[in-house]
Write a protein of this length. Structure first.
Length: 215
């Protein structure tokens, strides 16, 4: 009987008010294809989640129960970053903001009985070091916002602590727009990532997470 391959779960998001085209909806399929080539010994599962207060966590919950990942790496967009932003903390808060269907959250907390914060389990220092060495702009953040990015991160971190098989979990913000071509010498350091760099850097994040993990 064949031994099941360890699973990596990659998620992005669809469109939502203010972001008519979410780059992670295109980035995640590209990253998944690249990861399958780089990690043939792993099962790569990818999903673009709806930006909806109820469906995003329920879809994630079903995925986690079905695939039992070793690593769950979630991606979202931010207008305030120019590179990879590794989120360190999920907060048990939800702002009263409409989702992609126009609905508001049914409460101020992601999980009413949950702790105020949950720490990401990704090896953040190793990720940032690896990205920096490879020349990708990156930083860490203690504030993933109060919208669906934070809510999904909190749900994933809670599941990583509650499911029978624990897994690494965390959230990465990338720029809300990616460049088609590299920056020129005249452009500032705030120049956005290219699509190629976004995929390559995300592969480095996966590598940092798997480094030292049990085979």
């Amino acid at each position: 009987m064949a031994i099941p391959r360890p699973t990596i779960l990659l998620t992005g998001f669809g469109a939502f008010p203010g972001v008519g085209s979410n780059v992670t909806a295109d980035l995640i399929p590209q990253l998944a294809a690249a990861a399958r080539g780089r990690y043939p010994g792993h099962e790569i599962i990818s999903e673009v989640l709806p930006v909806e207060w109820s469906r995003a966590p329920s879809t994630l919950e079903a995925l986690l129960a079905r695939v039992s990942p070793r690593l769950a790496l979630h991606f979202g967009v931010s207008h305030h970053v120019s590179g990879f932003q590794v989120e360190l903390i999920g907060r048990n808060v939800r702002e009263s903001r409409r989702d992609a269907t126009g609905k508001l959250p049914d409460g101020a907390h992601v999980m009413p009985a949950g702790p105020p914060i949950l720490a990401a389990t990704l090896p953040a220092e190793r990720i940032l070091s690896r990205l920096s060495r490879a020349g990708f702009p990156c930083c860490a953040s203690n504030n993933a916002g109060t919208y669906l990015c934070n809510a999904l991160m909190y749900h994933s971190l809670a599941a990583a602590r509650e499911l029978p098989t624990p897994f690494l979990s965390g959230f990465i913000h990338v720029p809300a727009a990616l460049s088609a071509s590299p920056c020129t010498a005249k452009e500032t350091r705030a120049c956005r990532l290219t699509w190629t760099a976004a995929v390559a850097g995300s592969l480095e994040i996966i590598a940092a997470c798997l480094d030292g993990a049990p085979a």
